[in-house]
Design a protein around this ligand. Structure first.
Ligand code: AMP
Ligand code: MG
Length: 529
């Protein structure tokens, strides 16, 4: 294999744990600890994503034994030392103290065309941060992480990437629903790739320990490596850094809301400092539109991380980051101002995103009312979010209102029992919507086919046609469990072009089947992975 341009900026810039042994412990004053992957001599790839080629690996290299050994952790790249990062976090609203990479082992960083990439194995064995865990991962959760990271990337959503999915060749014991029925499952290793895996929690750990020197080093490193547009220094630089993290976090969450992605575990240790979607656990995709929905059974009672709460949870998490950065800035009003900017920017971006989703170009004093009514209507009758928005683009200013209703009603889970009052409410909304389409045409100086075409294009570039529906993942997992990876490849391929019409994948543009309504893995997922 060709020589990689190794550039380990994190470990070269930050303090290392002096203890080299791999046992669970509390650490102080350090950013990372040594942690070697276990050897899995029977490991084999299930899938290598196209990211491998984007990163410059040739077909021959990808197929080589060396590539397999490298990205399953059996062979360490010369002169590199794998490590686990130390971080803390707030979990479900409570301070959880030290957490750290319990089953992620960072291999090295490379520079490729001046872009930095950190390579990290998930599920390759325990680290000093594994606490009571085994450091391993099972096939089902690894498939979900591998497919969804790549799907999100192709949806244009900031995310960590997945290079490869491998079977470890060994079994892992898991109690899927935490109900006292543990069973053996196939073990797997995913190789994740991102410019950096630093989380809010890395800053929180240093701050909670009163390690201001470490906090400063970590922040300086993060700014000089990843926020290179920041030209100021001292408190001004740290404040600008916080503003940029705030902006990126909001941007990421707006994308989630746009496509109906529910992360499921928005703890501060799962919040990337680069604003990337990170840690694909019990995530899910909205099928029936529902602000109150979360796929995470662990969060069933309070639904803290439900779809409709994600924007405000983002803000709550940023507040924790603000507290962590406070010793560097010591200006609470300035930090508050940044947090306030999140709220105002959210309002503006929400309006913008929603107008793109419904394909209305010209602003109008009643925009907010129109959207408010739409959100309410989508909750009236079980309505598939993805299908609804996609079908909406087929309506135009000349569509008759009853036709418009029939067009959107394909997104209804049960078509025959739509209550009369609900139908009436929808007809009212559609009437206003059609008026707005006419108003848009008028603003655009009347009938214009280019304008109509641009509207559809914009809507279809905002509303994906194909998303990784929860039951699709489950079908992939069930087949893969039997050693059949054909469906995985098909779904992976479909998700490369989520906004395009892909006639050969039309069958995946469909309502969730009834059998998946309450099946474990489809609508309910635990943190067990
Ligand atoms: P998560 O909720 O998956 O983000 O994980 C929260 C914390 O638990 C992180 O510090 C993980 O590294 C750790 N963790 C999760 N699963 C395991 C496992 N099987 N072995 C060791 N640590 C784990
Ligand atoms: Mg995590």
């Amino acid at each position: 294999m060709r020589k990689l341009h190794i550039d380990n900026s994190f470990t070269n810039s930050l303090p290392k744990d002096p203890v080299a042994e791999n046992y669970t412990r509390q650490v102080t004053s350090i950013a990372f600890s040594k942690a070697e992957p276990l050897k899995f001599p029977k490991s084999s790839f299930i899938h290598v994503s196209k990211l491998a080629k984007e990163l410059g690996f040739t077909e021959e290299e990808i197929l080589s034994e060396e590539f397999l050994q490298l990205f399953t952790g059996q062979h360490l790249y010369p002169h590199t030392e794998p490590y686990a990062m130390a971080y803390a976090g707030h979990q479900f609203g409570n301070w959880a103290g030290q957490l750290g990479d319990g089953r992620a082992i960072n291999l090295f960083e490379t520079l490729q065309n001046e872009k930095r990439w950190a390579f990290q194995l998930k599920g390759a064995g325990p680290t000093p941060y594994s606490r009571r865990g085994d450091g391993l991962a099972v096939l089902r959760s690894s498939i979900r992480e591998h497919l969804c990271s790549e799907a999100m990337h192709h949806l244009g959503i900031p995310t960590t990437r997945s290079l490869s999915l491998a079977l470890s060749g060994e079994e892992v014991l898991r109690d899927v629903m935490y109900d006292g029925h543990p069973d053996y499952e196939k073990g797997a290793i995913v190789c994740r790739v991102a410019p950096s895996f630093i989380r809010f929690g890395n800053f929180e750990l240093a701050a909670a320990q009163g390690e201001n020197e470490l906090l400063k080093k970590l922040t300086d490193y993060t700014i000089s490596t990843f926020f290179t547009d920041i030209k100021t220094s001292g408190a001004a630089a740290y404040l600008q850094f916080f503003q940029e993290v705030t902006d990126r976090t909001l941007e990421m969450i707006m994308h989630w809301q746009r496509v109906g992605f529910v992360h499921g575990v928005m703890n501060t240790d799962n919040m990337s400092i680069l604003g990337l979607t990170i840690d694909y656990g019990p995530y899910g995709w909205l099928e029936p539109y529902d602000h109150g929905w979360t796929p995470n059974t662990t969060d069933r009672q309070h639904k803290r991380y439900r779809y409709g709460a994600q924007p405000e949870i983002g803000l709550w998490n940023l507040l924790q980051l603000a507290n962590a950065l406070f010793p560097l800035i010591e200006d609470a009003p300035a930090l508050q101002k940044v947090l306030d900017s999140y709220k105002t920017n959210y309002q503006a971006q929400y309006l913008d995103t929603m107008m793109n989703k419904i394909g209305i170009y010209y602003t109008h004093k009643d925009d907010r009312d129109l959207l408010q009514a739409l959100e309410e209507n989508l909750h009236l009758h079980e309505t598939d979010m993805t299908i609804f928005y996609r079908e909406l683009s087929k309506i135009d200013s000349k569509t008759a209102i009853t036709d418009a209703f029939n067009m959107i009603s394909v997104a209804f889970y049960t078509i025959n029992d739509v209550e009369e009052t609900h139908k009436k409410t929808w007809l009212q909304w559609l009437e206003t919507y059609l008026e707005r389409l006419v108003f848009d045409m008028e603003q655009n100086d009347g009938e214009n086919s280019a304008f109509a075409k641009a509207r559809i294009e914009k809507m279809n570039a905002t509303n994906p046609k194909y998303v990784l529906r929860n039951y699709i993942s489950q079908l992939v997992i069930d087949a893969a469990d039997q050693g059949d990876y054909e469906l995985l490849r098909e779904v992976y391929s479909m998700l490369q072009k989520p906004y395009d019409e892909q006639p050969k994948y039309e069958k995946w543009y469909a309502l969730r089947p009834e059998w998946a309504r309450s099946k474990v893995g489809c609508s309910m997922l635990s943190c067990s992975s």
